[in-house]
Design a binder for this molecule. Sequence first.
Ligand SMILES: [Zn+2]
Length: 352
Amino acid sequence: MRYVLSLAAALMTLSTVSHAGNYSYNDCHVHVVNFMQQGEGLDALLKSMDENNINHAMITGIGVMKKWAETEPQKPKYYLSDAAPVYWYSGTDYRLLNEYKSLKEEDQKRLHPFITGFNPTDLNAAAQLEQMIKTDPKVWQGVGEVFTRHDDLSAITEGETPRANHQALKKLYKMAGKYDLPVLLHSNLTSKRDKGWLYLEELEDALESAPETRFILAHAGTSGTLHRWQTHEDLNKLIDKLLTKYDNLWIDMSWSVLEPYITESETPGIDVDRGKTRKGVSINWMHLLEKYPDRFMIGSDVVGKYKSQGKILHDFDELFDHLKPETVKKVAEENFLSILPKWRQEELKNSQ
Ligand SMILES: [Zn+2]
């Protein structure tokens, strides 16, 4: 009897460990540089991917450059390091292009470059991007991250404030659709202090303007601060509505979504009254993912450094432990690949 019990205990331990550690991931949101346009390089990214069960990653630059203003005594490290502005910067795409082209073919297959270095308020942006796509049609696999409403970042961006339904972007979405390219769009659903959905109309207008174009809403429309003014369930209900209404919408759960919206580390233990499971995973979010298993994906949103990439993706394990295995497979891996251009998906199928 004692033997049976200890064997059962051993098996339980084994199954817990192997279950949690056994997920593979695709990362739908990787910046290869920071806001100063510096990064560790694609070899460092590939090493991080190898070490953390990450098979594929979207890669992009950063569409703005932080200025080191003469008034600032110290070179900034981040866009919020000081009050100096950021400006639109196209060089980011060329750096990515050169690095990508220098990789071995087997490494290129795992990385999926998106174009991001353009001014989203410039009516000429669509033509600028089309030229790049025509020059390297077998490199570019998407557009973005397109920065529109982005609270503090918007506030320090030089020039006109971009919005999801700007005429320049509507032209760009149609162009992306023509080349079968998905668009990763950053459009906060509201401002830092507004309790309603101040910018929802802009997003809906954008989605309606290009029904043939696949949109990925970065961070589910949130940022690091918006949750202070909305309840977690408000966002859950809104995303539910948007996914029902728009077939061309996918949700990126990177950065500010998992915590605090889906998991809450500060509520350990059983807290059923607040709609949490033992592990602090929101039941409503679990239901939402099971209702739309094809429409969510995960990303790390790292910026040029990869030390934290593995941990950020492994943090989703807590949520995955509560989902059906087939849903996990889709959210962790397949959904990101499913939004890539058809030619790229064919190549991936053929190389398997
Ligand atoms: Zn990002």
